[in-house]
Design a protein around this ligand. Structure first.
Ligand code: ADP
Ligand code: MG
Ligand code: ZN
Length: 637
């Protein structure tokens, strides 16, 4: 902005200067030596003047060439053939004409009636001239004042942060980051989100070595959407992509598209893509995509909705319009993927989503290392310990934590930041975060740990259940406070009765563990309950696997619903409905009893795993084996 404003000022100055030069070169003898009237009269009487042109306010004169001086200039042939081509009012150009220029002079007009007589006596050729001042007047009275006015106005408007005219409103405000050495952000400035980095690294490779990918016939991905809770480093990661890729990078925030004038958003989108295509291969980054990408179905009836809709439509049009081989990659970030319009997520648009999740303990340690590197730390500060004390913190919280700790230290006028400063800072940051409902309190964390450990232990010892891959109590997204990841050993097309029952038992293991170890149950199991109940209904009415209603299928009567998926939830006679209900109840209770019994038997392993989770936040398959011992089938139930 700043640079452009200055550019236009210089531009105006240059134009005005040029006009003045042209004007002076053609329409005035200025530049010629000015002599006094008395000196001029002396020259005339001494017959040193060859010719004069008399204008209303000036006399332009031409002296005789130096060699001719002293000669009697009365010679006829000489006056027929003038010794020089100079005329008194036009200065010769160029350096070789320097001597010629010496002969020119001007005199300011005076009211001297005897001048003509003197000129005659001095044998000077003279003539009159009406000076043509039209262009000069135009320039002085019109062009210059207006040019100045425009220049000053434009400068002020730009200072105010707006374009100089309404014409500029539709122009995109995208900041173009050329391959500049200024952008030093790179992947090693982003910690704790290694998986996300791996995914976007591919984009960087694509852009830096397109030939390699083209040779293999691989196509550039079109759009990559960074999804994750606020403060996890999405914007930072996008900057790092630009820093690493060394290609032009356009950055714009979703809210920049939304202006008070109708149609501005759409034309900004158009302009952004037009600019991007010109410098491809390049990256276009739209931060806070939800500001424009909100579902068109939602929030109808709001006035600005049509504007947002037209902006979104334009974005979709542009995304479909560009040729992937042109090398424009669209990067976007949002912390509310659920509000995005489904059309944005279709193949060919943001077909790749990258989760930028809350960091685990190790991740937090790595982030703390980055941000604490700028601080002067006391001996007693152990960043690993700080990471352990800050479950639920995201990158922005940790950056804030380091800053707060430094502030506490500076308030004490201390030499270095101590452990105590960090402790105080943690309390402060947690206080702030808890107010916003972002952080789990210690009791809740404990409950989540036991709940997840319950799932894992049941999964580990139940025959037929899918093996547990990973357990985590790092909160994910809005809903899940923790999770247990199970994956079947190989692809399965058929599920045995035992596998289905195992699944039901594992799903109930969370609540059973809460009941067993904490003596109380919580709402945290709601999602598990929904799944297990749906599963048991299917076991009874679709797969015909219950004892009382063996081989029964209720799919036919119901008919496929509109998604082509069988819905087994409405049997067709009240008596049958009661029987299904009873079987459902019985199987649910049996599964719960099984899980409780199994957990009671393996209580010590359950507690060990829960404590490990509280410490480490994440436990993977190998550690599970270490903590739980050999995987023997339980004799329970
Ligand atoms: P988001 O865009 O996801 O809301 P930002 O990228 O704006 O988060 O993060 C805000 C600040 O927090 C960053 O500038 C950085 O200082 C810090 N930060 C966030 N995540 C990380 C991370 N993974 N590694 C290092 N610093 C981080
Ligand atoms: Mg951001
Ligand atoms: Zn659960």
């Amino acid at each position: 902005m700043e640079r452009r404003a200055q550019f236009s000022i210089w531009y105006y100055i240059a134009v005005v200067g040029l006009l003045l030069t042209i004007q002076s070169a053609f329409f005035s003898g200025s530049g010629a030596r000015e002599v006094s009237y008395s000196e001029f009269l002396e020259h005339v009487t001494a017959k040193r003047v060859e010719a004069v042109v008399i204008a209303p306010d000036k006399i332009h004169g031409l002296l005789k060439p130096p060699g001719a001086q002293g000669h009697e200039a009365g010679d006829q042939s000489e006056s027929l053939d003038p010794p020089s081509k100079s005329t008194p009012w036009r200065l010769p150009w160029g350096t070789e004409a320097k001597a010629e220029r010496e002969r020119h002079f001007t005199v300011v007009q005076m009211d001297y009636p005897g001048l003509i007589a003197d000129l005659r006596a001095g044998e000077v050729e003279f003539r009159g001239r009406i000076e043509n001042n039209f262009l000069r007047n135009l320039l002085l009275n019109w062009v210059i004042p207006f040019a100045l006015l425009f220049a000053v106005w434009g400068f002020i408007m730009k200072r105010m942060g707006r374009g100089p005219s309404a014409l500029n409103l539709g122009r995109s405000k995208a900041v173009l980051h050329e391959v500049d050495p200024e952008n030093k952000t790179c992947f090693k400035d982003v910690a704790g989100v290694d998986e996300a980095i791996e995914e976007v690294r591919e984009v960087v490779d694509f852009l830096t070595a397109p030939a390699r990918f083209a040779a293999l016939g691989a196509k550039l991905p079109r759009g990559v959407l960074l999804v994750g809770p606020p403060g996890t480093g999405k914007t930072l990661l996008a900057k790092a992509v630009a820093g690493e890729a060394r290609v032009p990078f356009f950055r714009m925030s979703g809210s920049d598209f939304v202006e008070m004038f109708v149609g501005v958003g759409a034309s900004r989108v158009r302009d952004l893509f037009a600019q991007a295509k010109k410098v491809a291969p390049c990256i276009v980054f739209i931060d806070e995509l939800d500001a424009i990408g909100r579902s068109r179905a939602a929030g109808a009836g709001v006035m600005s909705n049509t504007e947002q809709e037209s902006t979104l439509n334009q974005l979709l049009v542009e995304m479909d319009g560009f040729d992937p081989s042109a090398g424009v990659i669209l990067l976007a970030a949002t912390n509310r993927p659920e509000v995005l319009d489904k059309a944005l997520l279709r193949p060919g648009r943001f077909d790749r989503q990258v989760l930028v999740d809350r960091p685990s303990r190790e991740g937090r340690h790595a982030i703390l290392k980055i941000h604490a590197a700028k601080l002067k730390l006391a001996e007693d500060v152990d960043l690993a310990e700080m990471a352990a004390q800050t479950p639920g913190f995201v990158g922005a919280d940790l950056a804030n934590l380091c800053n707060e700790a430094a502030l506490f230290a500076s308030r004490r006028h201390a030499e270095a930041v101590t452990k105590k400063d960090f402790q105080d800072a943690i309390e402060r940051v947690i206080g702030g975060a808890e107010k916003k409902g972002k952080m789990l309190n210690p009791e809740d964390r404990r409950r989540v740990a036991y709940h997840e450990a319950g799932h894992a232990v049941v999964g580990y010892f139940t025959p037929g259940a899918d093996p547990v891959q990973k357990i985590s109590i790092v909160p994910r997204g809005q809903a899940a406070l923790g999770y247990t990841l199970q994956a079947p050993a190989e692809d399965q097309y058929l599920l045995s009765e035992q596998a289905l029952l195992g699944r039901a038992r594992v799903l109930l293991g969370g609540r059973a563990a809460e009941q067993l170890c904490l003596g109380d149950i919580s709402t945290g199991a709601a999602d598990d309950l929904e799944k297990v109940n749906r599963l048991l209904r299917q076991v009874i009415t679709v797969y015909g696997m219950s004892d009382a209603l063996k081989n029964l299928s209720l799919v036919e009567q119901q008919g496929p619903n509109f998604l082509g998926q069988a819905s087994p939830l409405a049997p067709h006679s009240p008596r049958l409905a009661e029987a299904v209900e009873a079987e459902h109840r019985r199987m649910l209770d049996e599964a719960y009893a099984y899980s409780t019994e199994l957990l009671t038997k393996h209580r010590s392993e359950l507690e060990a795993l829960a404590e490990e989770l509280l410490r480490e936040e994440k436990v993977d398959r190998e550690d599970l084996g270490r903590l739980l011992g050999p995987r023997v089938a339980s004799s329970a139930a």
